[in-house]
Design a protein around this ligand. Structure first.
Ligand SMILES: C[S@@+](CC[C@H](N)C(=O)[O-])C[C@H]1O[C@@H](n2cnc3c(N)ncnc32)[C@H](O)[C@@H]1O
Length: 247
């Protein structure tokens, strides 16, 4: 698995929960009808379970999925009350069916190219049951346009540190090169390195893909009242309750 080995997964869990916290109120509001009928929420790219925790605390039944074994190990500790925690590697693995499919943290942008991203979106759409909801965030081409000149950045905590270099090699690529430092039990430090390549897309083209899968979808800038970072879009969709009757 290329992304989120153990040390970066832990740093993400400890230091980067703010995005799931920001998105949670809007997502919880969208999902109220699903909870009220006892539906199942499938989370795509759940990471360590930061959004999952909000969903479970609000009374949802959740199946949490991710590709990274290290993230899944953390999720099993942090959200043991999930209905299931499963490895699903997009775009080839099928997601379990749900009454809602949700995702935060631009999970689809981690796929290697636009074709894979589209297949990942199709996998998400196909998992939505009739009457169900789709809600996910995704980086548009604008993500790179506004970050072309981003300086290197570091974060330091008592027992971890992260140094990141950003690059925009082409208009549809955003690269993070990360050096991850973690304190060992004996006080010494170890280092790991990860490079994350994100593919960026014109998100206005995505509702058409959803329509082919029977999902009525739109692209917006938030799940609810929150203000998301520039270039991050939200796809909201639903599958009509009578979808299979119509086919
Ligand atoms: C930025 S993290 C967001 C994690 C979590 N949703 C959150 O907000 O804290 C992106 C997540 O996408 C997952 N991911 C990357 N590539 C994936 C793939 N091909 N299939 C499924 N998940 C993937 C990573 O393992 C990671 O957990």
């Amino acid at each position: 698995m290329a992304y989120y080995r153990a040390d970066l997964a832990r740093v993400h869990h400890l230091g980067f929960g703010f995005h799931a916290d920001l998105c949670a109120p809007g997502i919880l509001k969208l999902l109220e009808p699903v909870r009220d009928r006892g539906g199942v929420v499938v989370e795509m790219g759940c990471g360590s379970g930061l959004l999952t925790r909000h969903l479970l605390d609000a009374g949802h039944r959740v199946i949490a999925t991710d590709a990274s074994p290290a993230m899944l190990t953390l999720a099993r500790q942090y959200v043991p009350d999930a209905e299931a925690i499963e490895q699903v590697v997009l775009p080839d693995d099928a997601l379990p069916p749900g009454d809602a499919v949700v995702s935060v943290g631009h999970v689809l942008n981690y796929l290697p190219d636009e074709g894979s991203l589209r297949r990942g979106l199709v996998a998400a759409a196909r998992a939505v049951r009739p009457g169900g909801i789709l809600a996910l965030d995704i980086c548009d081409l604008e993500w790179a346009r506004v970050r072309r000149a981003w300086p290197d950045r570091g974060w330091v905590s008592r027992d971890w540190a992260l140094v990141t270099r950003f690059a925009v090699p082409t208009p549809d690529r955003f690269v993070r090169e990360m050096a991850i430092f973690s304190r060992n039990e004996d006080g010494s430090w170890r280092r790991d390195d990860e490079r994350h390549d994100n593919i960026l897309v014109d998100t206005s083209a995505l509702p058409e893909i959803l329509a082919e899968e029977g999902i009525e979808g739109s692209v917006g800038v938030s799940f609810g009242q929150e203000t998301l970072p520039p270039g991050l879009r939200v796809i909201l969709g639903h599958r009509p309750a009578d979808y299979f009757d119509l086919k």
